[in-house]
Design a protein. Structure first.
Length: 118
């Protein structure tokens, strides 16, 4: 799925971005933004494995959408604390917004994905 590929790439971008965060943020912002960004791709993978069951498929994708939105919230914190520039924030936020849109579209067309698993 394209959304899996994009979320995987964006999780790596978040990792590289967060390497520059202050050391005292290690157990708060750094860990949280890495965790939420990585959770998106893992929840998409889990949804794909459960696509035989439409409700489970949608539930996992909904969780992935929540994690993508959480990642955007952590990006807001990084901007507010001055750890990233407005340009970096805009670039990363737009990428996660795109992922959210793809997840939403997949949720709305879940029957198409689940039908192929039967």
């Amino acid at each position: 799925m394209k959304v899996y590929q994009q979320s995987r790439a964006e999780a790596q971008r978040i990792f590289r971005l967060s390497q520059a965060f202050p050391r005292d943020e290690r157990f708060s912002l750094t860990d949280q933004i890495r965790r939420s960004s990585r959770a998106v791709k893992s929840m998409i993978a889990e949804a794909w494995a459960h696509r035989r069951y439409p409700a489970a498929f949608v539930s996992k994708l909904t969780g992935a959408l929540g994690e993508a939105t959480e990642t955007q919230s952590w990006l807001d914190d990084a901007l507010d604390c001055g750890y990233i520039s407005a340009t970096q924030h805009q670039d990363h936020d737009a990428a996660w917004q795109s992922i959210g849109g793809m997840l939403n579209n997949t949720i709305e067309k879940a029957d198409d994905f689940c039908r192929s698993a039967s």
